[in-house]
Design a protein around this ligand. Structure first.
Ligand SMILES: [Zn+2]
Length: 199
C-alpha cells in the first residue's frame, strides 16, 4: 500500500494520560476546547488576530480545556506530554517555539508506511534521545515557553499524526520541508484522541 491510504487506527488513551500525568482531574478536566485555527488543516492562526498560516495546519493544537464548572483553563509550560502509542523516538527537530519529538509506532507489516506521531513546541524530558523505546503514556517532554517575541502565543502542544513511507529517512525530516513530501500523509489527530476525559 502507499501512503495515500490510511489504515484504521485504534483510539489512543492520550487524553486520559495527559489528565493523569498532570493531575488535571483535580482541576475538574472535562474536555478539550478547540478554536477553529487549532484544528487539522486550518488556514488561520488562533493567536495574533487570527492571521493566515503559511500552510495548512499539519496537526492539532491542544491548549484550552473546560472544567466541570464550565470554566476554561489552559495548559502551561509545566504540562507533561505523554505519547499516544508504544513506539521508538526517531527524530528530534526544532520548531518555531521549542522542539518537536517524533515517535515511530510499530508498523503493521513491513510493506506499510510507518505510523509516526510528533509532539511539538516542547522541551525534551531529561535523558530522552533518538532510539529510546517508549510505551503509550510515557512522558517524553513538557511544554516549551514561547520566547519574548511570542508573547501572544500561549504554551500549547502541537500533535501531528502521519504515515511515512519506508523510503524516507528520519534524519532528513525538517518542518520546513516535510509538507513537500509525497511520501508523507498527515491524518487528523482528532480521529485518534478523544476530546472528552470520561468517554
Ligand atoms: Zn500546531
Amino acid at each position: 500500500m502507499d501512503a495515500s491510504e490510511t489504515p484504521f487506527l485504534k483510539k489512543s488513551r492520550f487524553t486520559q494520560f495527559v489528565v493523569r500525568e498532570n493531575a488535571l482531574d483535580k482541576l475538574g478536566f472535562q474536555e478539550w476546547i478547540f478554536y477553529p485555527g487549532m484544528l487539522f488543516n486550518a488556514m488561520d492562526k488562533w493567536w495574533s488576530n487570527q492571521e493566515k498560516r503559511d500552510k495548512p495546519h499539519e496537526g492539532l493544537d491542544l491548549c484550552f480545556y473546560r472544567d466541570c464548572e464550565d470554566k476554561m483553563l489552559r495548559l502551561d509550560e509545566k504540562t507533561k506530554i505523554p505519547v499516544l502509542y508504544d513506539g521508538t523516538v526517531v527524530r528530534v527537530m526544532d520548531d518555531f517555539i521549542g522542539k518537536s519529538v517524533m515517535v515511530e509506532h510499530r508498523p503493521l507489516d513491513s510493506d506499510y508506511p510507518r505510523l509516526c506521531t510528533i509532539y511539538g513546541h516542547t522541551n525534551l524530558s531529561n535523558g530522552l534521545h533518538v532510539g529510546r523505546i517508549v510505551k503509550a503514556g510515557d512522558i517524553v517532554a513538557n511544554l516549551a515557553r514561547p520566547n519574548k517575541s511570542q508573547r501572544n502565543i500561549p504554551p500549547h502542544l502541537h500533535i501531528s499524526v502521519g504515515w511515512i513511507s519506508q523510503n524516507i529517512s528520519y534524519e532528513n525530516l525538517y518542518w520546513e520541508t516535510m509538507d513537500t513530501l509525497k511520501e508523507l500523509r498527515w491524518v487528523d489527530p482528532l480521529g485518534v484522541i478523544r476530546r472528552h476525559f470520561l468517554q
